[in-house]
Design a binder for this molecule. Structure first.
Ligand SMILES: Cc1cc2nc3c(=O)[nH]c(=O)nc-3n(C[C@H](O)[C@H](O)[C@H](O)COP(=O)(O)OP(=O)(O)OC[C@H]3O[C@@H](n4cnc5c(N)ncnc54)[C@H](O)[C@@H]3O)c2cc1C
Length: 370
């Protein structure tokens, strides 16, 4: 057996995924005294945070005004130094089997773990678009563009058209501009801009037009992307004839939303519901984030697409409760849990939290999880 896995088999709580949700879940459970095994398929910890060079909003508790990758560095260090946390990187969880056995692959070797509780914090995958030649080299998801630029220091191209005026599309456009790349357009299918206005105003001030009610019709190029055709769309999302326009670009960056990475939840037999406002299929869960399968918890984007700040608080709630169920933190649990719930409620207030509130409301109309 892999030596790292032998150590992990002694852990009581298995956390899958080391983004902000998984890191906070590990730390909260470990601080209560539970033994935690944290598995991450990448060779580094931090999930999406490591790509985020911009400053965060929110409260001081949620690292407002700090840059995403700096938050990741802090949390990584805390987790790596914590005596109750065992970390295994390059470790991909492959499946969940009967009797709570989890299988994983680490650098070509396979192993199993049987923890007492599991916190699934696998995050999300990017959505994409289908159009003629959508597989030409030069057409990327926003995550890939961010990884190239912000993790590896490589520019994706010289002139990038962005699809999607939500926070991700607008923030990545800003980062491209900062890196000296030309962004001639942001194309958005909705009739309005989804990003925070502070971000959208910033890119507009830098000369980037945002075309709402528009889409990409096709891409052109022989070896790689050379040109796109875009057009206006009507309220049924059909292209308006005569509005087609060609634009020369060497990169098309697609930022059209995320879908929760829920395979392990399905395998474990957790009850699921399709909630568009949360990004797709998500698990039914209690207020403390326990799914319909006892001692399997969720935290972060895997339970509904939101933000790193909310993912961290959800991680804390799941970590505290998983530890409490195993007999840890009897005295401090209710106070810490109440504080985390207040924070989450605060983050979800106002127009910013409207979508998630609607999604959670729909989810609660399904069978209740005790
Ligand atoms: C461009 C951009 C800008 C953003 N800006 C902000 C912002 O300003 N403020 C904010 O609050 N949020 C922001 N967000 C959102 C935020 O990054 C996400 O909501 C947050 O990272 C979700 O955290 P998570 O831990 O649930 O998932 P992730 O950060 O996605 O982490 C999931 C982890 O799980 C690992 N994993 C997945 N499957 C497996 C498996 N089978 N086995 C092992 N490991 C696995 C992944 O490798 C990954 O490391 C932004 C996102 C993007 C893309």
């Amino acid at each position: 057996m892999l030596s790292g896995v032998r150590l992990m088999n002694k852990a009581e709580i298995l956390v899958i995924g080391s983004g902000p949700a998984g890191l906070k879940a590990s730390l909260s459970a470990a601080e209560q005294g539970a033994g935690v095994a944290l598995l991450e398929r990448d060779s580094f910890l931090g999930g999406q945070l490591v790509k985020q060079t911009h400053m965060f909003f929110g409260s001081k508790e949620q690292y407002a005004s700090e840059r995403g990758f700096k938050i990741a560095e802090k949390l990584n260090l805390e987790a790596e130094e914590h005596p109750n946390i065992k970390i295994l990187k390059d470790a991909t969880v492959l499946g969940y089997y009967e009797e709570g056995i989890v299988s994983l692959e680490v650098k070509g070797k396979f192993a199993t773990i049987k923890p007492a509780a599991i916190i699934i914090a696998t995050g999300a995958q990017e959505n994409t678009l289908m159009f003629p030649n959508c597989d030409l080299p030069g057409i990327y998801g926003a995550g890939a563009v961010q990884t190239l630029m912000n993790v590896y220091g490589v520019l994706p191209g010289k002139r990038v058209a962005m699809v999607g005026a939500g926070n991700i599309g607008v923030i990545v456009s800003y980062q491209l501009l900062q890196a000296g790349v030309e962004v001639p357009v942001i194309i958005e299918a909705m009739p309005h801009i989804g990003a925070y206005h502070v971000h959208a105003s910033k890119v507009r001030r830098m000369g980037v037009p945002i075309y709402t009610s528009h889409t990409v019709l096709s891409a052109h190029g022989s070896e790689s992307l050379e040109k796109i055709t875009m057009a206006e769309i009507d309220q049924d999302r059909n292209p308006v004839t005569g509005t087609e326009k060609d634009l020369e670009v060497d990169v098309l960056c697609i930022a059209v939303g995320l879908t929760p990475l829920t395979e392990i939840l399905f395998q474990a037999g957790c009850k699921m519901a399709y909630i568009p406002e949360l990004g797709g299929h998500v698990p039914l869960r209690s207020d403390n984030l326990e799914t319909s399968v006892p001692n399997i918890f969720v935290a972060g984007d895997v339970g509904g697409i939101e933000e790193a700040s909310a993912a961290m608080v959800e991680g804390s709630i799941a970590g505290l409760t998983a530890a409490f169920n195993l007999g840890y933190g009897k005295e401090s649990y209710s106070g810490l849990l109440a504080a985390a719930k207040r924070e989450l409620e605060h983050l979800r207030r106002g127009p910013v939290g409207e979508k998630i509130r609607i999604g959670l409301e729909s989810l609660s109309s399904f069978v209740e999880v005790k």
